[in-house]
Design a protein around this ligand. Structure first.
Ligand code: COA
Length: 266
């Protein structure tokens, strides 16, 4: 189902904004992504050289949302090229995330001085194919899905869990250049519309480097969509003397971004 306020043109977000903190600017569009009139930069067009029409349309719809979201931060339009793993490469001093699914496209951005990383994900409010659940959910998460389904059968709790993990992966990759596997992340969803994510220790980071409350996830089911968002706030990261921990990595990344951002906005 497509929301009543259908508009393929990007506009300040209503749906995803509900689950993002105030420091984040977001834009969204609804309905089928238009197949013409993209307004992409030549470098973005070049990145789409081999893409088919559907992929071009979703890419362009995401980029149009990105420009509208960046305008909300006062950042002028600029090419947002995909990095080697597909991650959007934001202007200096900015972090963000893009999502698209049938009938919905959105982008959320923030100044890197406020927010270290963002992951957002949109999914249709439909059950996951049954064959996927074991790959996506740990045993306790499958138990939670069964329990939720017994209480609220209309909710697609398996897809919600999947979406939360996709959001976490999109937050995590730009920070660490590491893809997580679904079983690396334990997600705990609360009925109040929040979720937390427990990440593993691994090469280059330690889960203890992320103090409780620093990473905040929220979810929403509305208008036939599942939306999830997770942000990692800057500041107050645990200090660690070990070189190469996530805290150190984030500190170095933020210092670099702040230096670049000062150069860009001064
Ligand atoms: C990349 C991936 C996360 C995209 O999620 P999706 O639900 O399929 O699609 P969405 O429309 O929500 O998101 C696509 C956008 O994610 C962004 N994205 C792609 N790769 C990314 C990465 N490495 N890091 C951060 N964002 C990325 C891009 O902006 C992309 O849109 P664009 O190519 O038009 O710019 C997913 O396809 C994937 O490959 N996941 C790997 C498996 C995984 O790690 N899952 C979670 C385990 S916890």
């Amino acid at each position: 189902m497509i929301p009543a306020h259908y508009s393929p043109r990007p506009r300040p977000a209503e749906l995803i904004a509900d689950i993002l903190p105030p420091a984040v600017a977001a834009a969204e569009s609804t309905g089928k992504a238009p197949r013409t009139g993209f307004g992409l930069f030549p470098a973005e067009e070049a990145a789409l050289r081999t893409a088919g029409p559907g992929r071009r349309a979703e890419f362009a719809a995401g980029r149009l949302c990105a420009r509208a979201a960046l305008a909300g931060l006062g950042v002028p339009a600029t090419p947002i090229l995909p990095g080697p793993a597909g991650q959007p490469q934001w202007p200096a001093g900015v972090t963000g995330s893009i999502t698209h699914c049938a009938g919905y496209q959105a982008c959320a951005v923030a100044l890197a001085a406020d927010v270290a990383a963002i992951g957002i994900d949109a999914e249709p409010h439909q059950e996951l194919p049954a064959t996927l659940i074991e790959a996506v959910a740990t045993r306790p998460e499958r138990a939670w899905i069964r329990q939720q389904a017994a209480c609220v059968p209309a909710g697609c709790w398996d897809r919600l869990l999947f979406s939360a993990k996709e959001s976490v992966a999109k937050l995590w990759y730009p920070l660490t250049a590491q893809w997580l596997s679904f079983h690396d992340v334990a997600v705990c969803l609360a009925d109040t519309g929040t979720f937390s994510a427990r990440l593993p220790s691994g090469p280059g980071w330690a889960s203890g480097d992320l103090p409780e409350g620093r990473m905040m996830g929220r979810w929403l089911i509305r208008d036939g969509l599942i939306l999830t968002a997770i942000t990692l706030r800057c500041g107050g990261l645990a200090t660690s003397s070990r070189a190469g921990t996530l805290a150190g990595l984030l500190r170095r990344q933020n210092e670099l971004r702040t230096r670049r951002s000062t150069a860009r906005f001064s």
